[in-house]
Design a protein around this ligand. Structure first.
Ligand code: SAM
Length: 267
């Protein structure tokens, strides 16, 4: 077990791994997952939707924007298709820098995410933009005079400070990105419809669990996280509707109503 890991405290990365059916989690993490599932039986689909969006949005960025450098904030535990695998399938020389601060992610990630000379994992606080943007290793791998793809996927709902702070955090990132950069972002959604009670029950469970975070925001609040950037079509939307692979043959399930995001460009 890596130094700094307390098996009595759940971690965001390990709970997410448990929701995705991974093996890098402890009993305490599975207890958090199971507690949420009793209130929100579809919650596991939110993790799957989120991961699918990461893969689709990153593939889009790699194929269509020509961007060759990716800053993946809150990378999570290595799983089946990680950002560098998706991106480097399109461009083997694309540079991917992963940021996380979870000791288990840092230990497993060094082994699995740093697969080649163009992938790097950095220990920094993703809610402190300057910590990331001024990090020496980040700056050794990312050229801040060329467009960058910034990923904040499934991260900001774990920020537990003042409610208006995530928009300010993102603004501080955007200020430092060169023109032509893109951001992909996703967040738990309060859909303000008949699924709101499920969203709020899941939020209650997440926030009062040994993991301690998981806030749901309205569509308008999530839109504000993109600041003044130009949204790529179809804008900020439920992830299930963001450029799916084919036509929808089944209705959205409850969890698919409760996670949203989008992609935007800095002019
Ligand atoms: N982005 C991945 C995805 O969408 O599949 C993983 C999302 S996971 C839910 C959130 C990740 O953010 C976890 O790996 C967690 O350790 C990391 N994280 C949370 N707070 C952080 C912080 N302040 N600094 C760095 N990483 C953080």
């Amino acid at each position: 077990m890596p130094v700094g890991v307390d098996p009595t405290r759940a971690s965001i990365a390990r709970v997410y791994d448990a929701f995705l059916g991974g093996k890098d989690n402890y009993e305490i993490d599975r207890q958090v997952r199971d507690g949420v599932l009793t209130e929100a039986p579809y919650a596991a689909h939110m993790a799957v939707e989120n991961r699918d969006f990461l893969i689709r949005s990153v593939r889009f960025l790699a194929q269509q924007t020509g961007i060759t450098q990716y800053l993946d904030c809150g990378s999570g535990l290595p799983t089946a298709e990680n950002t560098h695998q998706v991106v480097q399938r399109v461009n083997p020389d694309a540079e991917v820098v992963y940021i996380d601060n979870d000791p288990v992610v840092l230990a497993h990630g060094r082994a699995l995410l740093e697969e080649n000379d163009h992938t790097t994992l950095v220990d920094a606080d993703i809610f402190a933009p300057e910590d990331v943007l001024d990090n020496d290793v980040v700056r050794a791998h990312i050229d801040f005079t060329e467009p960058i793809a910034l990923l904040h996927i499934g991260t900001l709902h774990h920020y537990e400070g003042p409610a208006d702070k995530p928009a300010e955090i993102m603004r501080r990132y955007y200020e430092r990105l060169p023109s032509g950069s893109f951001v992909a972002l996703s967040h738990f959604l309060d859909p303000e419809n008949e699924h709101t009670p499920m969203a709020r029950r899941a939020e209650e469970k997440f926030r009062h669990s040994p993991m301690g975070s998981g806030s749901f925001r309205t569509m308008e609040e999530i839109r504000s996280l993109f600041g003044d950037l130009e949204l790529v079509e179809p804008g900020v939307i439920r992830l299930a509707d963001w450029w799916r692979d084919g036509p929808r043959l089944t209705p959205l399930n409850e969890a698919q109503h409760c996670i949203a995001g989008g992609v935007a460009r800095k002019p």
